[in-house]
Design a protein around this ligand. Structure first.
Ligand code: 6PG
Length: 242
């Protein structure tokens, strides 16, 4: 099927990080041959710290000046908070790559979820002169099958009319309001890549691997609604966190 996810399994997080980083950097390098600027969406959580270390060590001569960096979701916290996805990405990727501030477009979570979502919708509408069409979106996977901040049972799962929404208090830590891209904003991206460990997510990963068809009604987890229009999502899954 066109949209069957392509899943790459690795024993170690390091091997998965290096493989994912190489794939991401190659995707960026290829896209930069066709476009003056790229839009890349960064994930939150903790797994990206491993991935970012590999991206930095393998980035070589990547022309970062032609990339604009966005966020797939954010917690409704101050950007200096230890819970901020922006802070995590600044510390582990964007500062080490010396990305200029004007190319970093953070979600202003400190405004509260609803206002932050409104502001980000305006920012994206201005950047894309219409609905977003990101070149590359990096995503994680939660232990309940969420991705970005699209949690099971959330109204955001069925939002079709805006690219960004604010949600209520998240069911998983940190228990704060969230701001998240919606599935239409994810599924119109040119490339979608998941990077995740298996620990605590074994049943979900098994379901991912076994759910070979797109038949409606078979979706159990939010991540299953990631069905990119331009091709399959690419997964990098590691067994051991070390
Ligand atoms: C967040 C993330 C979230 C994350 C998953 C996995 O804000 O928490 O965007 O979707 O990717 O929860 O988190 P780990 O990488 O920590 O397993």
């Amino acid at each position: 099927m066109k949209n069957t996810p392509r899943i790459n399994h690795f024993a170690s997080a390091k091997d998965a990080s290096d493989a994912a980083a190489r794939y991401i950097l190659e995707t960026i390098k290829t896209a930069l041959k066709e476009k003056k600027r790229l839009s890349v969406v960064l994930p939150g959580g903790s797994a990206p710290k491993k991935l970012n270390a590999s991206i930095i060590s393998l980035s070589g001569d990547m022309d970062t000046s032609r990339i604009d960096w966005f966020f797939g979701d954010e917690r409704a916290v101050d950007p200096k908070s230890p819970d901020s996805n922006y802070r995590m990405q600044m510390e582990t990727l964007l500062e080490p790559l010396n990305i200029q501030p004007e190319h970093i477009h953070r979600i202003p979570g400190e405004l509260g979820a609803s206002r932050a979502a409104g502001e980000y919708n305006l920012l994206l509408a201005d950047y894309f002169s219409g609905p977003p069409a990101f070149d590359l979106i990096l995503l994680g996977l939660g232990p309940d099958g969420h991705t970005a901040s699209l949690f099971p049972g959330s109204e955001a799962l069925s939002t079709e009319d805006v690219p960004v929404v604010g949600t209520g208090t998240a069911p998983l830590k940190p228990h704060v309001e969230r701001v998240t891209l919606t599935f239409p904003a994810i599924n119109t991206a040119g490339n979608v890549i998941f990077f995740t460990g298996r620990t605590g997510k074994e049943t979900i990963i098994e379901h991912l691997c076994s759910a070979a068809d797109d038949s409606p009604g078979k979706k159990i987890y939010p991540f299953e609604s990631v069905k990119p229009e331009f091709g399959p999502a690419i997964w990098f899954v590691y067994r051991n966190n070390s």
